[in-house]
Design a protein around this ligand. Structure first.
Ligand code: 0GY
Length: 296
């Protein structure tokens, strides 16, 4: 029997986030969030590096409504490995208001991919964060990329800033749209105009198939809540430069937070400092995610 005891130090998601003052545009999409279990119904993967608290689809819908959003993109988290049943269950229950990003293995069949597509999956996630997964070999990932390309899906990549140089050529060889989680996790104690973030901006500038999630202040910021001031200039720089290729999400239920649990209302309230006009907010929260997730 797997052990479902939560990893020590792991904080549960915020039970009563504030109601944000910022009202998202009609049809807004939370384009990065997860469901965890419930573990007794959807067991966590044996190879997982952490065991989360439960975070169910109904709890996610509750947060969506509370924050004033209309839709979710649910991203398969590493604690569920390549078993997408909790994700598919949530998508099937969403009445078309959720799409998904799955994790699959290289030997996945076309039928299995089609079934995921029918449930609402539109992408796969390749994770390179060493504390979350064993480093994946590239060959199987390229096989997956070729298979999912046929369905018009994209690839979501998650990596640490220090690893970008190593993976740059691999990432830019991927044959689909590519969405980068959490701006490639910049060190926000440095300048957004400095040489480290310049390499990430170059990736977006020179590769028009690359998109970016301006997410995760709670993981990146040293300034911290409620305003996450050191995170904001990085996200704003990306939105200003690439307004048609950015996405926003809560990252609920915020896996692996150990110092503070974020209040999701605070996250929504920094959106107008990241996307500073109604036009930019419409693109970030509605037009871009609808194009990527609801157009096929
Ligand atoms: C995130 C971030 C994290 C975890 C995962 O799949 C995951 O387990 O993505 C993290 O610990 O940084 O985007 O949810």
């Amino acid at each position: 029997m797997p052990n479902f005891e939560k990893t020590p130090g792991w904080l549960d998601w915020h039970p009563s986030p504030t109601k944000p003052r910022f009202v998202p545009p009609k049809g807004a999409v939370d384009a990065h969030c997860h469901v965890f279990g419930p573990g007794d119904q959807f067991p966590f993967a044996p190879e997982r590096k952490y065991t989360p608290c439960d975070a169910s689809k109904d709890q996610l819908w509750g947060l969506r409504d509370h924050l004033g959003f209309s839709r979710n993109v649910i991203v398969q988290a590493t604690c569920h490995g390549a078993n997408n049943t909790a994700l598919v269950d949530a998508l099937n229950a969403s009445a078309g208001r959720a799409r998904g990003v799955a994790t699959v293995k290289a030997d996945v069949s076309d039928d299995a991919l089609q079934a995921l597509h029918d449930a609402g999956v539109r992408g796969v996630r390749f994770n390179f964060v060493k504390r979350l997964v064993d480093t994946p070999p590239k060959e199987p990932l390229l096989k997956i990329a070729e298979k999912i390309k046929k369905l018009g899906w994209h690839i979501v990549i998650y990596f640490e800033a220090d690893d970008l140089a190593e993976y740059y050529d691999f990432f830019t060889s991927l044959p689909t749209d590519v969405v980068v989680d959490h701006m490639g996790r910049p060190d926000v104690t440095k300048s957004p105009a400095g040489p480290e973030f310049a390499q990430f901006l170059k990736l977006l500038r020179e590769n028009e198939n690359f998109w970016c999630k301006v997410t995760c202040p709670e993981r990146l910021s040293n300034a911290g809540p409620p305003t996450y001031d050191d995170f904001v200039p990085f996200a704003k720089a990306v939105v200003d430069a690439f307004p048609d290729r950015v996405l926003w999400g809560t990252d609920w239920p915020h896996p692996n937070l150990k110092t503070h649990m974020v209040d999701d209302g605070h996250l929504v309230d920094i959106i107008p400092r990241i996307a500073t006009t109604a036009d930019l907010q419409q693109k970030l929260l509605v037009d871009n995610p609808m194009r990527l997730y609801w157009s096929n």
